[in-house]
Design a protein around this ligand. Sequence first.
Ligand code: F6P
Length: 324
Amino acid sequence: MRSIAIVCSGGDASGMNPALKRFVEYAIANACTPYFVYDGYEGLIDDRIGEAHYRDVSGILNKGGTVIGSSRSERFMLPKYRTQAALNLKKRHIHMLVVLGGDGSFRGMDTFYKEHRIACCGIPATIDNDIFGTAYTLGVDTALGMIRTAIDAIRDTAASLNRAFVIETMGRECGYLALVSALTSGAELCLVPEIPYDLQRITPRLKQQLQEGRHYFIIIISEGIAHDREAIATWLSNDVGIETRLNVLGHLQRGGNPSVYDRLMAYRFVTYAIDALLNGNNNSVVCYNDHTFSYRNVHDVATTPATVEAELLRLATPLCTLEH
Ligand code: F6P
């Protein structure tokens, strides 16, 4: 029997549990022994690795987060800890590893493969949708659903008290969550790092809306411009002239039970990852574009900056500048 392990690394994303379930079932169907690595690369270093059984994945599909834990590991950046991690796998005759994570996790995976020749396959999993080479990363749809629910609720109170709300979404450097949320929630304005904005030029347009009868605003900003969040709230109060509240959505965006789409994508991503490893594809990331799965070299994926798709930027630009 060949052995194959799976690890969740970095920020958790809803869809990881459905991925773990499919991993165990598909590995066994392919005559492989599945293993879980607990608590991310930290657990890989500290030998928290155990064989996984059907019973371990029963009843987990509807849970957010990851039942095997994750971590952001500083130690995995150091060669001596990667060596320790490789020994932990090799002593169990595990020579294949599936990594669920983001670009930082994939950089670690690339080095790990090159140093220790343990075949790896990455599955993009982060709510930020900021991985080069793939249009979708696991967890995005569920996060967008959580954000939608929050914005809809905030709209109720904003409208009742005639206030502006500045609502900040996650996305470390990437405005994807903010842009999609703004377009789909009827926000009046969206501010993201990808699209230059000039508050002074926006002021008269919002003032005009107030004069025309609008009595509240929903303004979505992305974490990438968090340094400006207070200034934006002050600008709304002082320059636009509307009582304003600031709402940082934070980690609630990472939780929640996985959407149907994320459950399905988890199933598909894992199937392609295991197929890759069984077919000798040793160091790749499963990517999804134009309804099609493909494999990309992990080095390219991990080292190339991701960009938000041009069409989304074009569609959202009027909402980000209030210029048409
Ligand atoms: O997983 C991605 C992400 O949610 C980013 O959007 C955010 O900047 C970061 O993780 C927060 O990380 P932590 O949970 O470690 O504070």
